[in-house]
Design a protein around this ligand. Structure first.
Ligand code: ACO
Length: 335
């Protein structure tokens, strides 16, 4: 029976934006006891981008969004709803979605922030797909953006995480699909038992006040990571989530044109690639240039892959993520 609802949603356009300031491993070695060799061997990162003073997470998102709108052939007023994934919002509250609505000069449309960290963009695409298939909206702007640099501890005590993260933004225009292109399956998961294995403890509403001078001195406003636990879980959960969407659609991994994993760490990506038995050219990796940009890493990598011609209309693409929460998930789509 025809309910008049779109059968699925698809990506109509993509855009990404990186702040221009390049920070190399040698630059970080001036600030803490680390080396280019250690960082490259353990993470695959050579350099990352950091914002300059005065640039906000919403500013990065706005730049990426404007490129995505242009790429999709949308006018800003075409956007009916915003989904904004970030762990580094401009303010503790309100979220960045409303700020992006204002900066883009849009009418008073709805805007929803998602707090699922590295998995944020995958969660957001799934929500966009559901809202469009339910008939609530036809055109949704989905954004992942981060300013990590201002939250990192740039000294010896913060070196295990400070070398990993970078700033950036990516955006996708998602619209109702009238052909076979679009999202085919999603898998979304979380396990809060590991919440403290990857987190920023303060500010938080567990204490009065939300953050104190002692917390800052103790490094509790910077990321805390149990690296071994993250690695152990990531190499298990990435393949599980990918396999779930492949199985749900009866798709062999060999049919994928590209796997776009969250750019957590080159060693994690390599372990996942081997587990999925995919050749190197079928797995997107740009962590060498941008570091780990958390919710922004998948849209940046997908947008670059499309720009480079590695993904064309109709190609089968899998997006997969694992991160703080722990949260993990995957999306299978025909681009
Ligand atoms: N430079 C130099 N030395 C460092 C640095 C650094 N930047 N950071 C930590 N070290 C030191 C540690 O202090 C430790 O020294 P010690 O042995 O004297 O105590 C030593 O390096 C530990 O190194 P390894 O022996 O390599 O330790 P391990 O094998 O546990 O690896 C690592 C640590 C690289 C963090 C690993 O657990 C890992 O890759 N985990 C995944 C973490 C990750 O990639 N997270 C991404 C962000 S989260 C996400 O996006 C999902």
């Amino acid at each position: 029976m025809d309910h008049g609802l779109p059968p699925r949603a698809r990506i109509a356009g993509l855009g990404h934006h990186l702040p221009p300031r390049v920070v190399t491993n040698d630059d970080l070695a001036q600030l803490m006891d680390t080396s280019d060799e250690w960082i490259r061997e353990r993470t695959g990162i050579r350099e990352r981008r950091f914002v300059d003073d005065g640039t906000s997470c919403t500013d990065l998102a706005e730049a990426a969004s404007r490129k995505a709108l242009e790429n999709a052939g949308w006018e800003p007023d075409d956007v009916e709803f915003i989904l904004f994934a970030t762990l580094s919002p401009d303010l503790f509250f309100p979220g960045n979605g409303a700020r992006l609505q204002h900066q883009l000069g849009l009418g008073p449309i709805g805007a929803l922030d998602l707090r699922t960290q590295c998995t944020g963009f995958v969660y957001a695409l799934s929500v966009a797909d559901a809202l469009i298939r339910a008939g609530q909206y036809r055109r949704i702007l989905v954004v992942g953006a981060e300013v990590q640099s201002r939250g990192l501890r740039m000294d010896d005590d913060g070196r295990d995480t400070a070398v990993l993260f970078g700033d950036g933004a990516g955006a996708a225009c998602v619209e109702a699909s009238d052909d076979e292109r679009g999202f085919l399956a999603h898998s979304l998961h979380s396990d809060g038992a590991n919440a403290l294995d990857l987190c920023v403890r303060k500010p938080g509403s567990l204490q009065v006040p939300f953050v104190s001078a002692e917390d800052i001195a103790a490094g509790d406003t910077a990321p805390h990571m149990n690296g071994r636990e993250v690695f152990r879980n990531a190499v298990r959960r990435f393949p599980e989530a990918i396999q779930e969407v492949l199985t749900a659609t009866g798709t062999p991994a060999s049919e994928l044109k590209l796997l776009v994993p969250h750019q957590a760490n080159a060693r994690i990506t390599e372990a996942v690639r081997r587990r999925m038995e995919l050749p190197e050219e079928k797995v997107a990796s740009n962590i060498e240039r941008y570091g780990n940009t958390t919710a922004a890493s998948i849209p940046i990598a997908l947008s670059e892959a499309v720009e480079e011609g590695r993904v064309e209309r109709g190609d089968l693409v899998c997006l997969a993520a694992f991160g703080a929460g722990f949260t993990w998930g995957a999306t299978l789509l025909r681009y």
